[in-house]
Design a protein around this ligand. Structure first.
Ligand code: F6R
Length: 595
């Protein structure tokens, strides 16, 4: 959504903040800003556009305490005025989240004479702080926070207070200590290289960071203990390391992502946790797998195989829909929330709703300290490593592996051991898919098409959805993902010589059926291509295809880990050919922490 950062006790705050904003930029990149305290007064720079837009302004700022922000707009279009920090009176504020009651608060504050300079929901916070401030910073923060509804992580500067205040409610904030300096940021990687020890703030906590010390209290003002631990090695800030973009770097990291995920599943004793939870409830009666975007696609892929294997009802739902369904889960339900970031508001709220209905909640996530893990009864780790590119790639493959282990663990030891063995070989198959993949011609074909449709049946359908999402998201070439049999029920009207249809075929038993869908495309003057697992596609389909990409075959539940790779690579190359930035596609942000 947005990235926020704060620091105090450093030599030059703006330098640290600028560098931190570069690390946080994947969270939002439509505007950026920094405010510092210099001689007890607030000075700031903020601009519409990428973080680099504030570089020269930031270089002019002096001072040892400050806050920074990189924005993904929710209220108010991207503009200089709507960029954070919002500064008024004695305060400057950066905010990640959403203030749901901002309209009422704004009306009240305006009627009291406060003058607003932006269209954002966030600006009410700075005016509330001024309203309640009469020399006691803590009292002002407590009173302001008490008025806010919604989700908010805040960093606050106050004139005369050499330090900053961090507030956490439903959006993440981590505080850190490095030597005499104190920090706060939306995520760990932004603190790597700065802080030696860190603490993840809990909902309803406020941190006062000043003069080498962080003091915590709750929203009622009661003291809270701060428990710092060394910053995890996995949070090391990532660099491109010779790759031109994070997207291609992260696709190349898929074999390691899968290997580390399998290792973490065994090391963190997930098998025992899952079977214990099932036993406690007399066996799960149904499973709901839930997520958004790419995470929903991995949930859908797992649902395909889980129902067959476990013989109980299993379904995948998008989190935004599940949340508002009545009686969707109960005490017999295993609710599996899938989220790379563990922060996506829809997914976290869906997990809360399921838990409220009595379900056992398992969180499949790449971020162990996320909001989702706080809700979950069981955490199933994905260890894909920090994913910087906005488009999810290696985390999807890690999720498929973690979900396959989860499902087989519920089936029993034999199925689980078999899955562990299958996953041992998958890294080599991924490496082969990455290095052997000839995507250039495919990407050129996609780049010159008016629309690209991806089709698949069974386990290949969620992969088709993911291939389509990836291509749209990073290249802006329109299209859809469809079950192969559905295309003829309407969407086939869009097929002409300008469109391309890509069939994904990894299940030999369904290959002929998908091939007939392709015949229907050819009969209407359309163009077609195929991504297939070795030995699974009919020869005549391969021969006639505009491009045909072969990947190593693997068992159904984990075949998406390999078959998605060419689709990710095609999306990446198409974006590059069309001159798009694959790491930061327009209108997007890495994690969506508003509904
Ligand atoms: C697509 C993509 C998004 C995310 C979705 C959920 O490439 O990255 O569709 O998958 O926003 O995010 P998480 O997994 O963090 O909950």
């Amino acid at each position: 959504m947005c990235g926020i950062i704060g620091c105090t006790g450093v030599k030059c705050a703006s330098k640290i903040l600028y560098k931190g904003l570069e690390d946080l930029e994947y969270r939002g990149y439509d505007s950026a800003g920094i405010a510092v305290l210099d001689g007890g007064k607030i000075f700031s720079v903020k601009r519409r556009g990428r973080v680099s837009e504030i570089k020269s302004g930031a270089e002019k700022l002096r001072g040892t305490s400050g806050i920074g922000h990189t924005r993904w707009a929710t209220h108010g279009r991207p503009s200089d005025e709507n960029a954070h920090p919002h500064t008024a009176g004695a305060f400057s504020v950066v905010h990640n989240g959403i203030i749901e009651n901002y309209a009422v608060l704004r009306e009240e504050l305006v009627s009291e004479g406060h003058v607003f300079s932006s269209q954002t929901d966030s600006e009410v916070v700075v005016h509330l702080l001024n309203k309640y401030y009469s020399g006691d910073l803590k009292a002002a923060v407590l009173s302001a926070v008490e008025r806010l509804k919604g989700a908010f992580a805040l960093c606050i500067l106050c004139e005369g207070y050499e330090g900053f205040v961090a507030v956490k409610y439903r959006n993440p904030i981590i505080v850190g200590v490095g030597g005499d300096a104190l920090y706060a940021a939306s995520d760990m990687p932004a603190l790597a290289g700065l802080a030696e020890s860190v603490a993840v703030l809990k909902d309803g906590q406020i941190a006062f960071a000043s003069e080498g010390k962080i003091t915590l209290c709750d929203f009622n003002g009661g003291a809270a203990g701060l428990s710092l631990s060394p910053i995890p090695a996995a949070a090391r800030s990532t660099r491109l390391g010779g790759f031109p973009h994070y997207m291609i770097k992260e696709i190349n990291e898929i074999p390691a992502a899968v290997k580390n995920t399998v290792h973490a599943f065994t090391e963190e004793k997930c098998y025992a946790a899952l079977t214990r939870a099932a036993k406690k409830r007399g066996g799960f009666k149904d499973i709901i797998l839930c997520g958004c975007g790419t995470a929903y696609h991995s949930a859908l892929a797992a649902a395909y195989t889980a129902e067959e294997l476990l013989g109980i009802p299993v379904r995948a739902e998008t989190a935004g829909e599940f949340r508002y369904k009545k009686s969707a889960a109960n005490s017999g339900t295993l609710f599996v929330a899938v989220s790379q970031s563990g922060e996506t508001a829809d997914t976290v709220e869906a997990a809360r709703a399921a838990k409220g209905a009595g379900a056992c909640v398992a969180a499949v996530t790449n971020v162990p300290y996320s909001a989702l893990t706080g809700v979950a009864d069981i955490v199933v780790p994905v260890r894909a490593g920090t994913e910087v590119c906005v488009a999810a790639t290696k985390s999807y493959c890690g999720q498929i592996a973690a979900l396959a282990l989860t499902v087989t663990a519920l089936k029993g030891r034999q199925a689980y051991i078999k899955m562990l063995a299958e996953l041992k070989d998958i890294g080599a198959k991924c490496s082969a898919a990455i290095s052997d993949c000839m995507v250039e011609a495919a990407a050129r074909a996609c780049a010159s098409s008016s629309g690209v449709y991806f089709i698949g049946r069974g386990i290949d359908y969620p992969v088709a959805l993911e291939g389509s999402l990836k291509l749209k998201e990073v290249s802006y070439v329109p299209g859809e993902g469809y079950p192969a049999g559905e295309l003829k029920h309407g969407t086939i009207a869009l097929i002409d010589g300008g469109t391309l249809t890509v069939a994904v075929i990894t299940d030999k038993t369904l290959a002929e059926k998908t091939a007939s869908a392709i015949e229907q495309i050819y009969s209407r003057g359309g163009r077609a291509a195929v991504v297939y697992a070795s030995g699974c596609a009919p020869e005549n389909l391969i021969e006639r295809a505009e491009f045909a990409i072969e990947v190593p075959a693997s068992s159904d539940s984990i075949s998406p880990i390999v078959s998605v790779i060419p689709l990710q690579l095609i999306a990446y190359r198409t974006a590059v050919i069309l001159g798009r930035d694959p790491d930061k596609p327009r209108n997007l942000a890495k994690s969506v922490t508003v509904e």
